[in-house]
Design a protein around this ligand. Structure first.
Ligand code: FHN
Length: 427
């Protein structure tokens, strides 16, 4: 359902993100793709020092492995992501049922992944890449074509710009950052600006103040008031921006009274790391998505393309498997457009989400034919129908005081999660 366009004169600085038309699409989508891709990808997670020892990290490799800046610049000059294929990446997102994308435009290394005019530390001017290509423009075009919202990540923390770490010249850094953000908004019209690095604790190197955060939000809203902003924009995570950003965890909702989005990796790194084979299973990822949606959160699941821009097959396969589960028997109804049930507590055997007058009970531990699944009611409501998606079996729903006892007559339809759809009537 297309959200109403916010009208002119809307006070974006004070509207409530929980109800604003500006965030409507984001609240409905539930599932997005994060992309960590930068000059660090050229190293693919391994840096060989002068003494022959190898140091490992991904997007933090510059800092964690102490790569001197001149060497890092040389490495970046070899970066040639010739196989970056926006249509393929967007298709992978689509296959997963992801409805928006957030791509790193600039990570902590300070390297701009678009042809910025602000400096030459960017993919066009400091690489071996085709100067005519602009991968952010390619992504924006492909995302638009697929009906996927496109957003950009921008790190406030900058390891490359010397003015970031110099209190006397910090305003010059800020001016350049503002200019880059204007380029991003003007050229790629992001629906999300996802900030990061406001938190770095290298004091006194981190000159980013709470006031800087407030100003930045006002600035972004002045560029385009419809942009959704995450909370890492300032120093007041609870009140800054529109969306909370728990990382690698699923919190109990609500998070400090904010909309929230859990960002997570598919293996143990954000950027490509050739040595990291610790991939999460499709079952685990799908259950995480269901759990997050059942608590009215969003899931921002990351891919890290390799140095040539290719997405690991392990990522592509898992994304598709998450989408396949959703496409089976309409099971995806438990996710997009759904949220916290309100009327029942989270059961021990799975999670429950709600969309309008339907509850979706995602059963992770199926009890077996004739065995009960119990839900604790938190509010009065009637169950007017119950069925197992993708199965002809009967399921009865009997109320016993504040408990709803569901008894399926057959076996689980799906080892990841079997969906029981309940039709409900609330007074
Ligand atoms: O330092 C970054 C990290 O590399 C990655 O980008 C994540 C994504 O949320 N954010 C930072 C750590 O909080």
């Amino acid at each position: 359902v297309a959200a109403a366009e916010p009208g002119p004169g809307t006070n974006y600085a004070t509207d409530d993100p929980f109800t604003s038309p500006r965030t409507q699409w984001w609240r409905d989508d539930r599932f997005g793709m994060f992309i960590h891709f930068g000059a660090y990808s050229q190293l693919q997670g391994s840096y060989t020092r002068a003494d022959g020892t190898v140091c490992h990290d991904a997007e933090w490799i510059k800092r964690q492995c102490g790569v001197p800046m001149d060497q890092y610049e040389t490495i970046a000059s070899q970066f040639n992501p010739k196989d970056f294929d926006a249509a393929k990446i967007v298709a992978a997102a689509k296959s997963a049922g992801q409805k928006y994308i957030v791509q790193t435009a600039k990570h902590h290394e300070g390297y701009a992944m678009w042809p910025t005019r602000v400096n030459t530390w960017n993919l066009r001017d400091h690489s071996s890449f085709d100067r005519k290509r602009d991968i952010l423009a390619e992504m924006k075009t492909a995302a638009d074509k697929a009906g996927i919202a496109y957003g950009l990540y921008y790190s406030i923390w900058d390891w490359h710009d010397p003015d970031f770490a110099n209190p006397a010249t910090f305003p010059k850094y800020k001016a350049r950052m503002y200019a880059q953000l204007k380029e991003l908004v003007d050229n790629y019209h992001p629906k999300i600006l996802w900030f990061d690095g406001e938190w770095n604790t290298d004091n006194p190197v981190n000159n980013w103040s709470a006031r800087d955060g407030e100003e930045l939000q006002t600035y972004v809203r002045s560029l385009d008031p419809s942009i959704v902003i995450n909370n890492r924009v300032g120093k007041r995570r609870v009140t800054d921006g529109d969306t909370g950003t728990p990382e690698q965890e699923i919190p109990a909702a609500p998070v400090d009274g904010q909309l929230w989005e859990s960002c997570m990796t598919l293996n143990d790194h954000w950027g490509f790391a050739e040595y990291d084979h610790n991939w999460k299973s499709a079952e685990d990822l799908t259950r995480k998505l269901l759990s997050i949606a059942s608590r009215s959160g969003n899931y921002l699941l990351n891919i890290g393309p390799d140095r040539y821009g290719a997405v690991p097959a392990e990522s592509i396969d898992r994304l598709k498997a998450i989408g396949d589960w959703q496409r089976t028997a309409g099971q995806g109804r438990a996710i997009a457009g759904a949220g916290s049930p309100g009327v029942v507590a989270e059961p021990s055997w799975g999670v429950v989400s709600r969309k309008g007058d339907k509850l979706y009970a995602s059963v992770f531990q199926w009890p077996g034919a004739g065995k009960p699944l119990t839900l604790d009611a938190l509010a009065p409501f009637d169950v007017t129908g119950a069925r197992v998606l993708g199965s002809a079996q009967r399921v009865t729903a009997v109320r016993d005081r504040n408990k709803i006892v569901l008894t399926p007559s057959g076996s689980a339809t799906n080892p990841t999660a079997t969906e029981i759809e309940l039709s409900i009537r609330t007074p």
